[in-house]
Design a protein around this ligand. Structure first.
Ligand SMILES: [Zn+2]
Length: 302
């Protein structure tokens, strides 16, 4: 197996996930280490080196893949501006530093895009021509994959559907705009609405499991915003599969049933008839798998 896997990383604010990924998207030696992302540049790259050494002795000297928070410029590989999840300078040359540290070519992209590539190629979106993979958790993340390739956008920022302005009222988004989808369509938004209604809840699962009518009302509001966000994206991109992951997706039929019903209200019949809305299947390994597949694409074998 030593020459059939490539190194792959998924960097988050807390964890650095790492593994070796074969060309079909199977991950080997998956591990989760502390990312040290908030400690600054030197500790972060020490963590990357440690992770590479942990699994790298078995990996071929081919390319590596790396999923990172932030907007990754598709040509230069810098993190455009800054991301609050990493303690790095503005426009940090992420790909160049990783190639120096790892001693190999690196395919780099935003972590949501890597997860989307994984679900499209080897997970719930397998067989799709156009898929969206949406992570509904603390925030809303999304990656768009068309014919096996991530749609990146001019600066690497395509797919930010959580910042679609769905109205002119409602709680302010983290980006500062009033009316963005994210504060209403995310898991943290669901918890906030439930608490505003007087419920003592600390996570989305408690809201979904509650029999209180105020919980049902909070869920209905979140689902309505989620459906409008998904329907706007569907009008633009006409996907054949929408994959939904993240903490909120774990509600299963309690989410997917009402979401499908709400989407019927907002979507064109032509776009809805053959659309599948399905739960993500790759879980916490999606980012590493996608990074590995991106590395294979960089090598020209994916
Ligand atoms: Zn926003």
């Amino acid at each position: 197996m030593s020459d059939t896997t490539l190194l792959a990383f998924d960097l988050g604010g807390t964890d650095l996930k790492v593994g070796r990924v074969d060309a079909s998207g199977t991950v080997h030696d998956f591990q989760k280490l502390p990312s040290r992302a908030n400690e600054g540049e030197a500790p972060l790259f020490e963590a990357v080196t440690t992770a590479a050494n942990t699994v790298g002795s078995h990996a071929a000297r081919g390319a590596a893949g790396f999923g990172s928070p932030g907007v990754l410029h598709p040509v230069s590989g810098i993190i455009v501006d800054r991301t609050p999840n990493l303690n790095l300078s503005a426009d940090f040359p992420m790909r160049a530093r990783l190639e120096s540290v790892l001693g190999r070519k690196v395919a780099i992209d935003n972590d949501a895009n890597m997860a989307a590539l994984a679900e499209h190629t080897a997970g719930a979106g397998k067989g799709a021509r156009v898929s969206l993979t949406i992570t509904v958790g603390t925030g809303v993340g999304c990656g768009i994959v068309v014919d096996g390739r991530v749609l990146k956008g001019a600066m690497g920022g395509a797919g930010e559907i959580g910042h679609m302005p769905l109205g002119s009222t409602g709680p302010a988004c983290g980006c500062g705009v009033v009316g963005c989808a994210e504060p209403m369509a995310s898991g943290s938004g669901l918890i906030a609405r439930a608490r505003e209604a007087g419920l003592d809840v600390s996570n989305a699962r408690e809201v979904f499991e509650s029999s209180d009518p105020r919980a049902a009302e909070a869920i209905a509001r979140m689902v309505d915003h989620l459906a409008r966000m998904v329907s706007a994206a569907t009008a633009l991109l006409n996907p054949d599969v929408i994959v939904i992951g993240g903490g909120v997706a774990q509600a299963g039929p309690k989410l997917f049933g009402p979401l499908e019903a709400s989407c019927k209200r907002y979507m064109l019949a032509s776009h809805r008839q053959h659309l599948r809305i399905v739960p993500a299947t790759l879980g916490e390994r999606a980012g590493v798998i996608g990074a590995g597949l991106a590395a294979w694409q960089l090598q020209g074998n994916g």
